[in-house]
Design a protein around this ligand. Structure first.
Ligand code: ES4
Ligand code: ZN
Length: 326
């Protein structure tokens, strides 16, 4: 079997996916019309043409703008349902999905609205093809820790639907230490922890996430190579890195895919995984990311299998379930 066939055929997990980043231009335009939301685009083609980014912030500006069309329960159902259909198509048997409550609560849309829509889609996918899903509630790091604490309060009635908390949005100038208290409070509520670190920010932010937020995984983390001691620490403890190749190219973390360091990280013995991040904005879902590694970095079958195994080993699935897959 060729590597490309194997990419499609292997059961996989996805560990780094922002549901708001899976909003395709078609649904965005449809919902804008439904709710009378004015967007600076006149067609699906114009939306797609606007997706040229210089850095993380230039993407985030359009990401928050796009999310403004999400208003009622059915919008959130449609968003989640369409992503879960992609999981089925890509043979992603388990997925750990991030959502940004503050992107919605700041617009007056409550947990009752988005959690209900998300859960109905997840229940449908579970019933129809046995899709496995965990949710990660992500705090926006450009906002205050107070706002994150308030979000954790608002999440109380929904904690049974939430497996972990995360930290995303503008990395530079918003180090992990800013969120010590809310991560400690989240841990006390038995929530697992992840954080974006070392995407645009320095290796020090990865240390910060480990030492101050007690995270089980690092989202991105590709800048860990700048600190040998950190690479040793991550390798010794097999702390997973959820790397997002197409995202890193779109946001200019690397100039081109042939320069991406993911296979070097893998060969160093780090527990690296492949993920789509914001597939609608970055040009591809999970299998597109694996295919790009094959095409531009020559990822071979052995490396593919190692990355896919890591995706299960790095997940929050119960240990016995992980062992059934690897
Ligand atoms: C994000 Cl790629 C990335 N980085 C940080 N925050 C995010 N939110 C959505 N995508
Ligand atoms: Zn991300």
């Amino acid at each position: 079997m060729s590597v490309l066939e194997l990419i499609q055929k292997l059961p996989k997990t996805e560990l780094h996916l922002h549901i708001e980043g899976s909003l395709e231009p078609e649904l965005m335009m449809q919902l804008a019309q439904k709710h009378g939301v004015a967007l600076p685009y006149n067609s699906v083609e114009e939306v797609a043409a606007a997706y040229n980014f210089d850095n993380l912030q230039s993407f985030l500006d359009l990401y928050y703008l796009g999310a403004s069309v999400l208003r009622d329960e059915d919008d959130f159902y449609q968003l989640m349902w369409r992503y879960l259909l992609r999981c089925k198509a890509d043979n992603v048997v388990h997925t750990e999905i991030m959502f940004d409550p503050q992107t919605h609560t700041e617009r007056g849309i409550g947990f009752d609205v988005f959690m209900a829509g998300f859960q109905r889609a997840i229940d449908d996918a579970k019933a129809q093809w046995g899709q496995s899903v965990l949710l990660i509630m992500s705090y926006l790091r450009h906002l205050s820790e107070e706002s994150a604490l308030e979000t954790l309060q608002q999440a109380q009635p929904y904690l049974h639907q939430i497996a972990a908390v995360g930290l995303d949005s503008s990395e530079m100038g918003n180090p992990p230490e800013k969120f010590i208290h809310v991560f400690a409070a989240s841990k006390a509520m038995r929530l697992q922890r992840v954080a974006h670190a070392g995407e645009e920010g320095p290796a020090d932010y990865i240390w910060g996430a480990i030492k101050h937020l007690d995270v089980a995984r690092i989202d991105h983390g590709v800048r860990c190579v700048e600190d040998e001691g950190l690479v040793r620490y991550l390798t010794d403890r097999q702390i997973p890195l959820t790397v997002c190749p197409l995202s890193n190219i779109k946001l200019c973390v690397f100039d081109e895919m042939s320069q991406h360091n993911i296979l070097q990280l893998l060969e160093k013995g780090l527990r690296v995984t492949v993920n789509a991040d914001d597939p609608s904005y970055f040009g591809g879902y999970l299998n597109d990311n694996y295919r790009a590694l094959h095409e531009h970095l020559g990822m071979n079958e052995q490396q593919l299998v190692a990355l896919v195994k890591n995706s299960f080993l790095g997940s929050f699935l119960p240990e016995e379930e992980i062992q059934r897959w690897v």
